[in-house]
Structures are given as structure tokens and as C-alpha cells.
Design a protein around this ligand. Structure first.
Ligand SMILES: Nc1ncnc2c1ncn2[C@@H]1O[C@H](COP(=O)(O)OP(=O)(O)OP(=O)(O)O)[C@@H](O)[C@H]1O
Ligand SMILES: [Mg+2]
Length: 220
């Protein structure tokens, strides 16, 4: 089963994000990760557990994207890595209450990066892996899709490589977003999937009312 996000990602993913697994959308600041997370939440007809770690969820953008009713969205805000660890740990209980159709974490790594130092990185990396394992368990146990976003920073940075390795291990689907030269135009590339070819691409534009595919969809 797949949940349509009502974004051009649906074309890339043959219908939407898969139940039972973590889908990880990663890319630089402004590439459209939060837009996609909000659109997916709006398109979900069941309850959505939505963990916002950066205060990125905007009611205005929610409404612009066609959101009408916040009632279905259990919005959780956290402001520190420790709070995020606790919130993720508590998500299984939340999901147990039933009727959850989607779990979102936007962003999984923003507070992680703020917390990391030369001395604590082993503990913090372990905590990141624990969060992934809890989210993965929720996905399988409740047959829901889990959508996490991951901001990427400078290539080659050691923190980046470690968190990327953890993300790659735990996420069964990886979608990379890139900003193209033209304003508001983005490229989504499928980097990993259980049943679809890697390397699929689609260009899209972020507009006032949503995300619009630009027609350049290529399988190879
Ligand atoms: N009403 C709108 N009309 C057109 N573009 C918009 C509108 N609202 C937001 N955008 C565009 O969306 C982009 C930001 O997307 P988004 O917040 O999803 O990025 P992000 O990948 O989550 O970034 P970050 O890593 O900083 O959280 C910006 O380029 C912004 O111009
Ligand atoms: Mg964002």
C-alpha cells in the first residue's frame, strides 16, 4: 500500500510513499522537504503524527496547500535533541491509539547536529539510530508510512557522512531533492527503493498552491 503525497513525488514513487517503511527525503535548505511533508499530511485521510523539530510547520502554508482541518494532525513540537528523543520514544504509544495513517518527522537531524560535539558523538549517533529503529518498528507494526526529512550540509563533512550512513541503513526509500538554477524549480531523484529503479528523476516547481511536475520525468 502507498500513501499519495499529492506532490510530484507520487510519480517518482509509483503512487506515493510505502507503508511499513521509512521514506527519507533529503536535500539542502529550501529544497522543498517541509512542503512535501505538509502536503503528505494533508493528503492523509487518517490521523497524522507530525513531529516538527524546527518550527517549520506553518498554518499559512498548510492552508495554501489545501489543508482545511488541523484536527487530524497531532502536531508535536520539540526544541532540543533530548526532547526529540523522548518524543520519538513516545510515538509508539501514540500510534497504538489507532487510526494513524502517517508519521512525519521534519527534520530528523536538525537538533542532532546542534547537539553533536567531538566528545558526545558516539552517544548521539546511537540515539539517532535508536530513533530510526523506533520509527521503523512503528512503520511495520502499524503498517503506516513514516516520512522523515533530512537536511544535508556540506559534502564530505564527517558528521554528514555518519548521519547519512545511519539514514541509508534505516530508510528503505531515499529521495534526494536538489535546487536547480531557476527559482523555485527542484529536482527529485530516487536514490534507493525496494521495488523501483534507482536514478528515476522528476523536475518540479514549488508554487503558491503546491508542487507542480514540470513534465521532465525520466526513468533512467
Ligand atoms: N507560497 C509560496 N509560493 C511559492 N513558493 C513558496 C511558497 N511558500 C514557500 N515556497 C518556497 O518553498 C521553498 C521552501 O521549501 P521548504 O520549506 O519545503 O524547504 P525545506 O527543504 O524544508 O528547507 P529547510 O531545510 O530549510 O527546512 C522556498 O524556496 C520557498 O520559496
Ligand atoms: Mg523544512
Amino acid at each position: 500500500m502507498r500513501l499519495a503525497t499529492n506532490t510530484p513525488l507520487d510519480k517518482l514513487l509509483d503512487g506515493g510513499i510505502e507503508d511499513d517503511v521509512i521514506t527519507n527525503v533529503y536535500g539542502p535548505a529550501g529544497s522543498g522537504k517541509t512542503n512535501i511533508a505538509i502536503a503528505a499530511a494533508i493528503n492523509c485521510s487518517k490521523k497524522v503524527v507530525y513531529l516538527d523539530t524546527e518550527g517549520s510547520f506553518s498554518l499559512e502554508r498548510f492552508e495554501q496547500l489545501g489543508g482545511r482541518n488541523l484536527k487530524n494532525i497531532m502536531l508535536i513540537n520539540v526544541h532540543a535533541w533530548k526532547e526529540q528523543c523522548e518524543a520519538v520514544a513516545g510515538m509508539e504509544k501514540l500510534a497504538e491509539k489507532g487510526d494513524v495513517g502517517l508519521v512525519v518527522v521534519d527534520s530528523l537531524v536538525a537538533l542532532y547536529r546542534l547537539e553533536l560535539t567531538d566528545r558526545n558523538y558516539q552517544t548521539i549517533n546511537k540515539q539517532l539510530a535508536t530513533q530510526y529503529s523506533v520509527l521503523s518498528k512503528i512503520a511495520r507494526k502499524f503498517h503506516v508510512p513514516v516520512l522523515v526529512t533530512n537536511q544535508v550540509y556540506s559534502a564530505g563533512d564527517e558528521i554528514e557522512l555518519t548521519s547519512r550512513a545511519i539514514a541509508k541503513y534505516w530508510s528503505k526509500a531515499l529521495v534526494e531533492l536538489r535546487k536547480l538554477e531557476k527559482e523555485n524549480v527542484r529536482l527529485a531523484i530516487l536514490r534507493k527503493h525496494r521495488s523501483l529503479p534507482e536514478g528515476r528523476k522528476i523536475e518540479f516547481e514549488i508554487t503558491g498552491s503546491g508542487m507542480k511536475a514540470l513534465g521532465k520525468f525520466s526513468i533512467f
